[in-house]
Design a protein around this ligand. Structure first.
Ligand SMILES: Nc1ncnc2c1ncn2[C@@H]1O[C@H](COP(=O)(O)OP(=O)(O)OP(=O)(O)O)[C@@H](O)[C@H]1O
Ligand SMILES: [Mg+2]
Length: 490
């Protein structure tokens, strides 16, 4: 997946990222608004050994504790630390407190035994335990406890009570005997302060997190959508799956519904140009076996058979060819509507012997273009289209026209199109951009092969402007998936 392709995907599906961003940011805002604020009160304590009356040098642990206090920024003043150091230097210092002891004190601080002394019920003990974090600052004699609570005053009081009870508990526990003083003293070096700002929720962090997840989901869904999209998007893909040339690329035009025929726009539009290009490309396929009777079909309904066959018939007639267009879609005939002709008799009437072939054919427009409408919708279209009568009609028409075009039903639903193609020189398969599935093209090709019918080429219809770039003249280019596609000839 190259960068250009990724950018194209992003340009096509940017709305997925936008939707994800809107959902992500909205969720972050809703979560933030619905999260009750929590306040944190922090207290810092120092464990001090009091046991040995022998004067000793200041320990490394003590030095680190002082350094930590000085850099904490929350401490008592610098003078207080210096005073504490001086006091320690003058007074006899004790045996160093081990890191194991410090860790034990940290655990003691969040123990049920201690917390049970400041709150009453079991539930409250558990809540406080969940809302307390204790840290024995490594290589120091400092302990830091943070209590969070929905009420800032209660958070501060809890932290305060915790330190007081903790000092008493350590004092009790560290007495060698009941009548001797404790070997460790707990000093509060940084009193808890009334928290002004809640520590959670954090709106900016939440929104940033929401944006990050949204980007991840948005981009992920673009990639997933691309991977799951099994429709035809390039003429290369169509060519590869059908194993035949893409003879034309017709752009999507919202006016097709209103004006299906190119002749109405005086033949100057991009669509008219695309059909002329298709006409030109048709002449280049297999010079020795130039098709004179061609079935226009597709995999499934509504992929553009009627509009392609009608406009190709016009383009051929405009080039001076004697053309007949047969409405061979006896299930959903549209040719009469497209050309705006009144149907007196049609193909079915000729096939059942109710009308003469010549009388059913109508000349249309100023060119040598003739139309054989479908006639009445019969109950047995497949039977009629595969009948010897149909074969006879085709033989006759091929003699009198340069090109016999048949607008047929889709290949995958019914056998009509394959049957018709077997009686003609070949079929042209119309695939609709973003609708016709890759496996359908393979199955359509198989349906034709199963009756030894020839697929002369394909047309990629309704290609959106963003996926195609039409040059002037007869060259058409389709640019998707980072590839350039050039029709058989130009
Ligand atoms: N290039 C195009 N751009 C925009 N719309 C198109 C294009 N080609 C066809 N359509 C529209 O698609 C619909 C189906 O087109 P069309 O009748 O040609 O298909 P079909 O394969 O013959 O359908 P059916 O299976 O019913 O016979 C029509 O509404 C038509 O206007
Ligand atoms: Mg049709």
């Amino acid at each position: 997946m190259d960068l250009l392709y990724c950018l194209r995907l992003l340009r096509r599906d940017w709305w997925l990222v936008l939707i994800s961003l809107v959902i992500g940011v909205t969720s972050a805002v809703i979560i933030t608004a619905n999260t009750p604020p929590k306040y944190a009160a922090t207290i810092t304590m120092m464990a001090k050994s009091t046991e040995q009356p022998v004067s000793q040098p200041i320990t490394q642990q003590q030095m680190k504790s002082y350094a930590n206090l000085l850099s904490s920024g929350r401490l008592i003043s610098q003078a207080a630390v210096i005073a504490m150091m001086a006091k320690n230097m003058q007074q006899p210092v004790s045996q160093p407190i081990t890191q194991q002891q410090m860790k034990s004190y940290a655990n003691l601080l969040s123990s049920g035994r201690l917390i049970g002394q400041i709150v009453a019920t079991e539930g409250e003990i558990r809540t406080v335990q969940q809302n307390i974090t204790v840290q024995a600052i490594p290589d120091t004699l400092l302990l830091r406890a943070t209590v969070t609570d929905g009420d800032p005053v209660r958070a501060m009081r809890l932290a305060d009570a915790l330190s007081t009870r903790f000092a008493v508990l350590v004092d009790e526990m560290e007495r060698p005997t009941a009548d001797r003083p404790s070997s460790v003293k707990i000093l509060v070096v940084d009193q808890p302060r009334m928290p002004n700002e809640p520590v959670s929720p954090r709106p900016l962090v939440n929104v940033a997190f929401g944006v990050l997840i949204a980007l991840f989901v948005g981009v992920g869904s673009i990639i997933l959508r691309d991977r799951l999209d099994t429709t035809i998007k390039t003429s290369e893909m169509l060519q590869h799956l059908s194993q035949s040339h893409t003879l034309g690329i017709i752009g999507f035009d919202k006016d097709v519904e209103r004006r299906p025929l190119i002749v109405r726009d005086k033949g100057s539009s991009l669509r008219a140009e695309a059909y002329r290009s298709l006409r030109a490309n048709l002449q280049f396929i297999d010079i020795d076996r130039q098709p004179k009777s061609l079935v226009v079909t597709s995999c499934l309904p509504r992929e553009g058979k009627s509009s392609t066959s009608s406009n190709l018939a016009i383009a051929l007639a405009q080039a001076g060819k004697r053309v007949i267009l047969i409405d061979g879609n006896l299930r959903r005939p549209r040719i009469s509507d497209y050309f705006g002709i009144e149907t007196v008799a049609g193909l079915t009437d000729v096939l059942i012997g109710k009308a003469e072939l010549r009388s059913a054919i109508q000349r249309w427009g100023e060119f040598d273009l003739h139309i054989l409408p479908s006639g009445q919708i019969p109950p047995n279209p497949s039977e009629l289209l595969g009948s010897p009568g149909m074969e006879q009609i085709l033989k006759e028409l091929v003699k009198s026209y340069d090109m016999v075009l048949i607008d047929a039903p889709p290949l995958l639903n019914v056998t009509d199109a394959a049957t018709l193609t077997a009686a003609c020189d070949g079929a042209m398969l119309v695939a609709r951009y973003g609708k016709t599935r890759q496996d359908h093209v393979i199955r359509a090709k198989e349906a034709l092969s199963s009756v030894d019918a020839r697929l002369v080429g394909t047309v990629l219809n309704a290609v959106p402007a963003r996926a195609s770039r039409y040059g002037h003249g007869q060259k058409a280019e389709l640019k998707t998936k980072g590839e350039l596609t050039t029709p058989v000839s130009g």
